[in-house]
Design a protein around this ligand. Sequence first.
Ligand code: NDP
Length: 453
Amino acid sequence: MTTEFDYDLFVIGAGSGGVRAARMAASKGKKVAVAEERYLGGTCVNVGCVPKKLFVYASQFPELFHASKGYGWSGIESPTLDWATLRDNKTTEIERLNGIYNNLIDNSGADLFDGRATIAGPHLVVVNGKTYRAKVILVATGGWPYIPEFPGSEHAISSNEMFFLDELPKTAVVVGGGYIAVEFAGILNGLGVETHLIYRGPNLLKSFDREMSDKIKEGMIAKGVNVHLNTEINEITKTDSGLLSVALNNQADMAAGLVLYATGRVANTANLGLENTATVLSNNGAIVVDENFCTAEPSIYALGDVIDRVQLTPVAIQEAMVLVDHLYGEGLARIDYSDIPTAVFCQPELGTVGLGEEQARAEYADIAVYVSDFKPMLQTLGGGADRITMKLIVDTASDKVIGCHMVGEHAAEIIQGMGIALKAGATKAHFDATVGIHPSAAEEFVTMREKAR
Ligand code: NDP
């Protein structure tokens, strides 16, 4: 680096993508700074994936208590939840992770600034009243929940607040049909809250394989979630009792202690100083970048949720690895956005990689579909109503497996391995030649022989 600059790389935002880019660049001997105004680890660690998964675990215990009876256990007939214990233990764990992130940045040799950074020019970052000259600026500021404006929308909360509630309500309304809505509907229901999931369209999780999203809807209803499709909220009013009265377009008003809007997330680009650069934003406010994550301003790069390509932590991390290779390595790494395995931690859980059946039919001349639906072994003695559904979609011409989907327990864990198989170009013949692990649910993926369609 020439003395013209204070830093080779100045990263704004210490979330999953920003921290990975900072650490990798520092490990290559670059002088790196990271500025973070809120919390280390970003959405995923603080108000996303990690605390959400802890809440999912918490919400699953009642069903396990119930199942344990068939296995001879007693003494767990009327378990109760202490919400404050769950919430505070979760916060303690998140604080531990914040500390780990702090150490990761420290140990990498990067400088960490605790404060809001703004961009004053193509090479200028201002933080805590001081201006720094950076050869490259990386914007990794993530996203923020979006709540539409309507009468009473100020009474609605976002997923951010769900992690710090003073108490759990008796009744909750969750709005949306995407990842966050179905995940929180499952959590609240499992924790004993009467839960109403309100979605404006006809199908939950509409971007996924329809057969699988229908299974999820049926499973959620069987577990007690009240699902209201084709339904919209007109107004929310606060009543004298402190409850919220929710006026709907197609049925009687509902009273709830909490209304959660999980209606998407928008890029965090406001008041960042991007107007001081040539950076271009898309219609929805995300930063436009090229295949190397470079914005229209040659010294400014962006990645992760703020570019709104795929809002997933592991994708932001991969993007960071590719960027660092581009800036300071051989420049050969490329990111492939196809066949990204993903899971939705709703209940029942979804794990998926590759194309859904509808998409596969549109893109391929001829496909074969294999489906298996069965009762998980736990339930044989446990007596629960859960089922598992697995689905493989095969391109008939090449025999390649182009879609692999699962609804049911451990779907995320199982689909991760299937993601490797699809990435490697596995054919149905490879699946058939693989020996199963018995007794497991996963073995069903290598024993499906009868085409469903
Ligand atoms: P999604 O984009 O997944 O879903 C948003 C939902 O809100 C859609 O059903 C949408 O309906 C609905 N919606 C949007 N605007 C309105 C409105 N004005 N009124 C009523 N409904 C509306 O966003 P999420 O907030 O659920 O999650 C954001 C992202 O975070 C996800 O896309 C995902 O990438 C990531 N995430 C990943 C998780 C994981 O990996 N397990 C967990 C949680 C989040 P419509 O479809 O009709 O437009």
